[in-house]
Design a protein around this ligand. Structure first.
Ligand code: APR
Length: 171
């Protein structure tokens, strides 16, 4: 049974095949979930990221999980919210689509996402959740097994409420 599940807490603690990172275009770490992932993965992750040459907004890059329980980290760079008139929704949708393309390519059966762009990048949580849920449903339709399980991690109550509403309302 294919599933999208909500989980509260720290994404670095999850035992899934891959965790997605809400990175910046340098891929050299930062605060928020990016900082937490690099702290948990250890210096080997930064060393591997240095070799990637950055990542434009909307795209995704894959690395090993290093000291994380997850085998892979899929780094994606979300849009900074600038009012919604500069293609931010399309860029966020592209983040999820590119993460799922890498999941299919690397036969990743379970993947966890933080609420990309909704922290420092200030993307509205409700709209971000609708975009996320729509792309998750499309990814589950596009492949039987990769992924079979998607975990949407809620690090605060507002994020959880936004996902619950999106799961109820987005067709
Ligand atoms: N586990 C799960 N989710 C987390 C964690 C964690 N350990 N820490 C933070 N979050 C949540 C935030 O609460 C928010 O809901 O991740 C979501 C994304 O927030 P940010 O980490 O601020 O990411 P984003 O808004 O995409 O901004 C990216 O912030 O950290 C820098 O280098 C990063 O420049 C980039 C920018």
């Amino acid at each position: 049974m294919k599933r999208i599940e909500l989980k509260n807490g720290d994404i670095t603690a999850l035992t899934v095949d891959a965790i997605a990172n809400a990175a910046n275009s340098s891929l050299l770490g930062g605060g928020g979930v990016d900082g937490a992932i690099h702290r948990a993965a250890g210096p080997g992750l930064l060393a591997e990221c240095r070799g990637l040459g950055g990542c434009p907004p909307g795209e995704a890059r894959i690395t090993g999980g290093h000291r994380l329980a997850a085998r892979y980290v899929i780094h994606t760079v979300g849009p900074v919210w600038r009012g919604g008139g500069q293609g931010e929704p399309e860029t966020l949708a592209s983040c999820y689509r590119n993460c799922f393309a890498l999941a299919r390519e690397h036969r990743i059966a379970s993947i966890a996402f933080p609420a990309i762009s909704t922290g420092v990048y200030r993307f509205p949580k409700e709209l971000a959740a609708e975009i996320c849920v729509r792309e998750c449903r499309a990814a589950l339709e596009a492949s039987q097994r990769f992924p079979a399980r998607i975990v949407l991690v809620c690090f605060n109550p507002d994020t959880r409420r936004a996902y619950e509403a999106a799961l109820r309302d987005v067709r």
